[in-house]
Design a protein around this ligand. Structure first.
Ligand code: HEM
Length: 500
């Protein structure tokens, strides 16, 4: 759910920056905080209104990534931006990121950053409950989405994908972004929420879900989640409606024992805490909303970016098609969990699209206990308690000593012999799905659904990108392709590869 952090930071930064610019003025300066005690010094810091004006200027003219990149080039891989007493320390590169991802919750955590999710998800789950309960609930997600449970979703996913594209004619044009958003909602309804929702309640559940997330993510709700405003009232009304809808489904499932299903909702209903207590209806509702929220937008923007990148790189497109031909030759048209695992090049295409277009561009944590980092160059810094720390993927995913020619779309960088995400500096080189304690439990499911969609498209359509390559819409809560992504399509039946 950290997918929102980048935008929250961005929005908060804008509000603070605007306020300060209106009231203060001083000379620009970059200074180093004095060392405290005998330990390593604190990181170099950017402070003062002048520096802030320069930062804001870069933010406005070149974007968030360029703003952080400038400071990285000037100050190195660890630096603090100090603003009105609010200190955010940026940690850039795998060498300084381990504690960020692996530190104990008592030492480094989301703090209050995700508090705005409580009215949206409910006080029975996530940041509405204590850390022990939250950890157990996270185990429910991990269990419901583990590989042995994912196998049964391939059939229903395929069915949704095949049915969806039946409505496309022999040839035509379509907005890929809109089509994939719609398709992924149908897949979520079927595989996460189950047959009843997919067949009888789809429109109502998803229009209410949109009403809920839309109003939860507006600036007023993010900054003042409990203020009585029209936005929070609409949010609460949608939340109440969604609770009622899910409660009906859960109750009807509990009362008919023969109606046992394999979807994620059923897994959450069957989940038990360590003391044997089963999940309540309210907890199941909160957990299911959280999973929809975490998976929906991230997956649809990734599917669209994967398409836009593939269709703009002829060689990659040809290699992805050839892989499908090889698989057709080996297994025929049948697709199951194992066939999907063999789509290694397609997997790398998705992974590379995520490296270049992460739906969560920055992760944030709050430091509760000082910790020390050591940079690649051997400098040590102590990050003090009270700082907010940021791991900016927009920079981390583009470090040239980790990723060769980072601006180039090159899926083979993850293939055998290169494996740049591991060779370049250990396990925190690639964090599109976060890592350590808060790693996304839906990663395997996400790859699975994007592969089901793209293997179907590659096998059944010749596609061409007819609009220009999309820019990133940074003003969205989770950055996504800006505007329409128009493709032309012509039906075809891909034949198995002729070569041995
Ligand atoms: C390409 C698609 C996806 C990406 C890039 C992605 C990425 C992430 C990230 C970055 C986090 C936050 C980790 C943190 O707090 O540091 C996260 C959390 C989460 N994701 Fe995903 N995700 C994707 C798809 C999915 C899907 C499809 C599901 C479920 C079916 C899912 C379920 C979750 C859940 C439940 C959490 C919260 C875990 C917690 O509370 O610690 N995600 N995801």
């Amino acid at each position: 759910m950290d997918v929102t952090n980048g935008a929250v930071l961005f929005a908060i930064a804008l509000v603070f920056i605007a306020a300060v610019i209106a009231t203060v003025s001083a000379a620009a300066r970059v200074m180093v905080d004095p060392a405290c005690g005998d330990g390593p010094p604190p990181p170099p810091a950017v402070t003062g209104i002048g520096s802030m004006i320069l930062l804001l200027h870069t933010l406005r003219t070149k974007g968030f990534g360029a703003m952080i990149h400038e400071q990285y080039a000037k100050l190195g891989s660890v630096f603090t931006i100090s603003f009105f007493g609010l200190k955010t320390t940026f940690l850039i590169g795998p060498e300084v990121s381990a504690h960020f991802y692996q530190g104990l919750e008592s030492e480094i955590s989301h703090g209050k950053i995700l508090e705005f999710t409580v009215p949206m998800l409910g006080k029975e789950v996530g940041y509405g409950v204590d850390i022990a309960t939250r950890t157990e609930q996270n185990r429910f997600y991990v269990d419901a989405l583990k590989p042995s449970k994912l196998r049964c979703h391939v059939g229903p996913m395929l069915q949704e994908v095949e049915n969806y594209f039946l409505k496309w004619g022999q040839q035509g044009t379509a907005d890929l972004k809109q089509e994939l958003e719609q398709l992924l909602m149908l897949i979520s309804a079927r595989c996460l929420l189950g047959k009843e929702v997919r067949e009888k309640m789809f429109d109502e559940v998803f229009s209410t879900f949109h009403e809920l997330t839309d109003n939860s993510l507006r600036l007023t709700s993010l900054l003042f989640p409990y203020a009585p405003s029209p936005t929070t009232r609409r949010r609460d009304k949608a939340r109440a409606r969604l609770s009622k809808l899910f409660a009906e489904v859960v109750r009807s499932r509990k009362s008919s024992s023969h109606f046992r299903q394999d979807d994620v909702l059923q897994n959450l209903i069957d989940s038990k805490y360590k003391d044997g207590r089963p999940t309540t209806d309210a907890e199941v509702t909160g957990l299911v909303i959280a999973i929809l929220f975490a998976g929906k937008h991230t997956s649809s923007s990734t599917s669209t970016w994967t398409g836009a990148r593939l269709l703009s790189h002829k060689q990659c497109l040809e290699a992805a098609i050839e892989e499908q031909q090889q698989i057709l030759k080996k297994y025929g048209e049948h697709i199951d969990y194992n066939t999907l695992l063999e789509m290694c090049f397609l997997h790398s295409c998705i992974k590379e699209a995520l490296r270049m277009h992460p739906p969560a561009p920055t992760f944030l944590r709050k430091v509760h206990r000082n910790f020390t980092v050591r940079t690649r160059e051997g400098h040590e810094y102590e990050i003090p308690r009270g700082h907010t720390v940021a791991s900016p993927l927009v920079i981390n995913n583009n470090i040239p000593y980790v990723y060769r020619d980072p601006d180039v779309y090159d899926p083979d960088r993850f293939g055998p012999g290169r494996e740049e995400d591991r060779a370049g500096g250990g396990k925190f080189c690639y964090t599109a799905f976060s890592g350590g304690r808060h790693a996304c439990p839906g990663e395997a499911y996400a790859y699975m659904q994007v592969k089901v969609i793209w293997s179907h498209l590659l096998r059944n359509f010749e596609l061409e990108l007819v609009s220009s390559f999309p820019e990133t819409d940074w003003l969205k809560v989770s950055p996504e392709p800006k505007g329409k992504v128009m493709v032309s399509y012509r039906r075809r039946t891909l034949r198995p590869c002729a070569t041995t």
